[in-house]
Structures are given as structure tokens and as C-alpha cells.
Design a binder for this molecule. Sequence first.
Ligand SMILES: [Zn+2]
Length: 323
Amino acid sequence: MAVTRINIEEENRRRRRINKIKKIIICLVIVCITVPTALSGLLMVKVVMLEKELEQLRAASAKTITAVNEQTGEPNVTDMIMGKEEPEQNGELYEVNDVDQAALDSEIVNNTDDGKRKVYLTFDDGPSDNTDAILDILAEYNVKATFFVVAKDDEESIRKYNRIVDEGHTLAMHSYTHVYNQIYADMDSYQKDVLSLQEFLEEKTGIKPVIYRFPGGSSNTVMNIDVQECIRFLESQGITYFDWNVSSGDATGNGYPASTIAENVISGTIRHDEAVVLLHDASNKDATVAALPIIIEKFLEMDDVSLLPLTEDSYPVQHTKKQ
Ligand SMILES: [Zn+2]
């Protein structure tokens, strides 16, 4: 009898254990089914949202790139390289840091009053043998641009400064010497470089420029001085500085053809409501001159773009902000 009771109790315990295991298995099965189902649902929603976003981006870029390729007959080049501002004068070469494209892209501004994107074509390092050709093209299309110039005291250069002013473009300052290790040696040299150029241009044209671009950009890495001190100095003089958020790539030393320079500019400006485009007015940059009509014609075809010269009131695209 005792043996049988023990067997029954043993059997009951075994059943309870089995039932418990069954419950655990059922719970596990339910969890295994519901969690992946819920996650799949979430992922599906995410995929749909991303697909929509991708479609919008594709439509925007296809519209522009196709139009550029129609004109250039070139394959699509997506190799967008932000510019290295290349010192032209005196044959001195200093490496200038690459611009943080992601940071610039994240700075999407939207303060256009007429709903149009503003594109500012800017030319550094002139005057040069190409200045007249650039001005001829701008005149042909009745487009105004900005020239960040250096000091050149010959008769031809003085005529070119005046032509820039007379034809309604913005005459802006770049550097008196454009020799980096002199400009940025110490604050005295820096201030002297800026003020000498301002005085020189006022004397030659009657216009006192108040717009400035740091040689190498405000993000250059060759300065021996504190950029914030430079910025405070510029501000004390009523001078506004502009960097760029679109580079044509015409100074990267890769010898891009005109079609690539044009495509870099067009595709680069899509991301910005206020696009400041870096180009160069230099004797060895014929490709920039050849790219200019392609660039202008493309922008003129776009209903939502205004091509403008920089003014003190333009949105200040700056790599280094005042702290
Ligand atoms: Zn320069």
C-alpha cells in the first residue's frame, strides 16, 4: 500500500512538472511569435518612410543632373570634393584643411523671402588674365557675382578692379599679398594685410570694400594666430567675412574639365537655400571660364534660383563662427 501511495505521489509531481514545462514552452512560443511580428511591423513602417524620402531625393537630383549632362554630354560624376583654397601667388603652397561637408550640409538655412534659392557665384584670387573673360560672360547673361581680390598695382589690374565695380559686381577683399605665412604670422601682419588691401582698393576704385574672405577660408589650418581674434578685428572694422558651402573643385589640383566643375556647382547648390559657390579667377584656370556659361545657363533655366552678388545683408556662410 505504502509503495503504491508513493508511486501515485511521484506520478502527480511528475505531471505537475510536465504541466509547468508545457506552460513555459507555450509562453516562449507566444513571445517568439509576437516580438518578431511587432519588430517586422515597425521595420516595414521605417522602410516605407525611407523609400519615400529616397524617391524625393532621386527626383530632385535626377532633374538637375540630367539637365547638366544634356549640356556637357559627360557621364554623371558624383565625386563631390570640397575645395582646398589654393594659394596662387608667389608659388607658395600650403595645405589647407578640407571643409567639413557634413557640417555645412547640416546648416540648412531657409530665410529666402521670395521662396527662391539664392546662389552667389564668387571668384577668388583675381584679377588675372581671365578676369575680362569672366566679366564678359557675366555681362552676356546679365548676372552679378562677387570677386574676392588681391592687390595688384599694374595698370591692367587697376582697370579690372574698376570694371568689376562699374559692371555692378561686388568688389570684395581676399588678401593684399596672399602669402599665407606673412598674413597669418601674427595679428599685426594680419590686420595690416586686411587694411592695406581695403585702402588700396578704395584708392583705386573709390569704393571701400566691406566684404572679406580669409585666404584659405576661416577654417584654414596654417594660421599662427587665433581665428577668433581675427573675427573680432574684422567685426570692429565693419567687415563681414564669407566662406563657401559649395566648391566648384577648380582649385583642387585635379585639373577638372569644365563639365565636372559645372556639375559640382549645380549639384552642390541643391542642398542649400543660400549657396555661396567657390570659384577662382586665375590665369591658369581656363576650365573655370569654360564652365561658367554652362553653370549660368543651368541656373537661369531654374525658376527657383536667383543668382546674386554678396552684400553685407547676405546670409553669412562661415566655416568658423564667432564665439
Ligand atoms: Zn585665395
